[in-house]
Design a protein around this ligand. Structure first.
Ligand SMILES: O=C(O)CCC(=O)C(=O)O
Ligand SMILES: [Fe+2]
Length: 348
């Protein structure tokens, strides 16, 4: 029995009922009062569980299906071609199996590397983009397979990235209000190409042994993550009770989870809930995780509305780039500071 089975939610039905499904239609269509209503729903979800579904999010099923098709095409390329696009110091590119381990996490001690391969992309900065020219850390460029090898891949992937980036931006103001701040409180933090990463995950068929995971239990280091899954199960989230729950697929929705950055801003009022993946069986599993975060060169600070004399800030202000560097170095074998860097905060 694996961890998720050993500590499975006893009343899964009741646990699933606790997962909110938030309708974005009123807010996205600009209805009166919709911003505050959405912020209230987000606040409740973040305080109770750290995960929620969104429906009527405006991203078409065709575009999502197309993005999954691109991921399948990419992962079907020969390993040598994919290794030619290997993950760079900005964590953009291809990560093969057995190349990362959740050393950062205290949720569950990972002892074996993650059993997934992933392709990471970000804003499609050209070679003459000022940050690419200056080689500014965490402001790099994408690594693409040749167009002739996989025609239409780049355009297809970037269309999905653009849609998710726009959706992520549209949720920033509701999150600011959920934190008890003015709607525009976070606008500047997300300006000038926010840190945004699309991770195209592939979990090949595996026989899970011992302490193996597709993705070991972890919290995300993003502000928020917008996840698209297919019908092959595997994801589990850890409830406040310590039990693990497999959130069902709900057609027409994305699953959103809160990352460590909003947890910091909320002074721990909002939960960045641990989750992980075990795929055990003959089927391939694909998922698309989109991480929406502030610009790396903005400070991450506890929101003034989330602290007072009785409840002082639990976190000092930190540059997001520094927090990202710590996280990457702790978890990814290819990073030059892997295994040596001090991780100041843990979130589990
Ligand atoms: O594959 C999944 O469903 C989840 C992936 C995930 O949690 C991550 O990439 O952070
Ligand atoms: Fe995650």
């Amino acid at each position: 029995m694996n961890l998720f089975q050993q500590h499975a939610a006893r009343d899964a039905h009741a646990a699933v009922a606790q997962l909110p499904v938030i309708d974005l239609a009123p807010y996205l269509s600009g209805a009166d009062g919709a911003l505050q209503n959405l912020a209230d729903e987000i606040e409740d979800a973040c305080e109770r569980i750290g995960f929620f579904y969104i429906k009527n999010h405006g991203v078409s099923e065709d575009l999502i299906g197309q993005a999954f098709a691109q991921s399948r095409r990419f992962h079907a390329l020969p390993l040598e071609s994919k290794l030619g696009l290997s993950l760079d110091e900005n964590n953009i590119g291809y990560m093969p199996m057995n190349a990362s381990m959740q050393a950062h996490s205290t949720v569950h001690k990972a002892t074996t590397p993650n059993q997934n391969e992933s392709f990471f992309i970000t804003h499609d900065r050209g070679p003459d983009h000022p940050d690419v020219v200056k080689q500014t850390p965490l402001r790099g460029h994408n690594h693409w397979p040749d167009e002739e090898t996989i025609p239409g891949f780049r355009a297809g992937v970037m269309a999905y990235f653009a849609a998710l980036n726009a959706l992520g931006h549209s949720l920033v103001q509701p999150f600011a209000v959920a934190l008890g701040m003015d709607a525009d409180y976070l606008d500047e933090s997300f300006a000038d190409e926010n840190n945004a990463t699309l991770r195209m995950l592939h979990y090949p068929p595996t026989v899970v042994a011992g302490n193996d995971f597709g993705t070991a239990p972890h919290t995300d280091n993003s502000f928020m993550t917008i996840l698209a899954r297919m019908d092959v199960p595997g994801l589990a989230i850890r409830l406040q009770s310590g039990e693990w729950l497999a959130p069902p697929l709900i057609p027409g929705t994305f699953l959103v989870n809160i990352g460590n950055m909003i947890r910091r801003m909320s002074n721990d009022r909002f939960l960045s809930t641990p989750h992980g993946v075990i795929v055990d069986g003959a089927q391939d599993r694909y998922s698309l995780a989109y991480f929406h975060s502030p610009n790396p060169y903005r400070m991450i600070e506890v929101a003034p509305a989330c602290m007072d004399d009785e409840n002082p800030a639990k976190y000092e202000p930190r540059l997001y780039a520094d927090l990202m560097h710590e996280f990457y170095a702790a978890n990814y074998f290819h990073q030059k500071d892997h295994g040596t860097i001090e991780v100041k905060n843990r979130y589990d």
